[in-house]
Design a protein around this ligand. Structure first.
Ligand code: HEM
Length: 229
């Protein structure tokens, strides 16, 4: 343990300038650029991990480098992964500036990331779980006549007591479902009296609305392009 610590110590000192160097002859001071050497105090005992300030080093040549790397590699085996975080040693591949690295702040959101951003579940009243809805839904009779509706006709059904929405060209009476909607009544009402396809798809395109609302199906929206084939 002591020799490991002192090797690193010599490297740090040696590469930061002559006045501190104890082993100038072993390495060329120009070959290693040290960008951070705060302190060179080394505590070593046979049992404790030495508190060594590890410098950020840009290695340009082989001389003096090996010594540092040997010491650092040995040293790393003593560190816990959480301690390694503090060392600020960049992973070798891909390099920090590599275009292969994803840059979340600059990258466009994927559909799933976008959906997660918009998602916000609410606490539903007791007796309004998905299972409760499945039970209630099956007791609904459905409409006697399936019709075609225009957007103007759809717009007439935009209140909590009479809310319809269209998804992919199919119109559903969502009034009985409002209190069961995991995203909340208010959120679902944003689609009332409208073509809710985009709102729906942006948030949870994976939800099987057609099965969930089969008993609420009232007809088809005409005069719009649908994504259904
Ligand atoms: C009309 C048919 C709709 C049905 C059948 C439906 C169904 C559902 C279901 C099953 C969930 C739970 C999803 C999950 O746990 O992963 C959910 C969540 C949600 N829904 Fe809807 N939804 C509909 C329309 C809408 C519309 C039009 C909006 C927006 C205006 C919306 C906004 C949300 C939000 C914000 C959540 C919470 C997401 C979460 O955090 O899990 N939903 N919906």
């Amino acid at each position: 343990m002591f020799s490991l610590a002192s090797k690193l110590y010599e490297t740090v000192i040696g590469s930061s300038g002559e006045q501190l160097s104890t082993e100038n002859e072993t390495k060329d001071p120009q070959s290693v650029q040290v960008s951070l050497v705060k302190e060179t105090t080394i505590e070593t005992t046979d049992f404790a991990v030495p508190a060594i300030p590890v410098p950020k080093m840009k290695i340009t040549e082989d001389t003096g480098t090996r010594l540092f790397l040997y010491a650092a590699c040995d040293l790393l085996t003593y560190f816990q992964p959480c301690m390694l975080d503090t060392l600020d040693i960049p992973p070798a591949f891909p390099s920090i500036d590599s275009p292969q690295r994803t840059k979340p702040s600059q990258s466009k959101l994927t559909p799933l990331e976008k959906a997660n951003k918009l998602r916000k579940k609410v606490n539903l009243e007791p007796g309004h779980s998905a299972l409760d809805w499945a039970r209630l839904k099956n007791s609904l009779g459905g409409v006697s006549e399936i019709r075609r509706y225009t957007l103007d006709e759809l717009k007439l059904h935009k209140t909590k007591n009479d809310a319809w929405t269209a998804i992919n060209g199919k119109i559903y009476n969502i009034t009985p479902y409002l209190k069961f909607h995991p995203g909340g009544e208010k959120e679902l009402m944003r689609a009332a009296g409208k073509d809710g396809t985009k709102l729906f798809m942006d948030i949870h395109s994976w939800v099987n609305y057609d099965l969930m609302l089969d008993k609420c199906f009232v007809g088809f929206l005409v005069g719009i392009k649908t994504t259904l084939t």
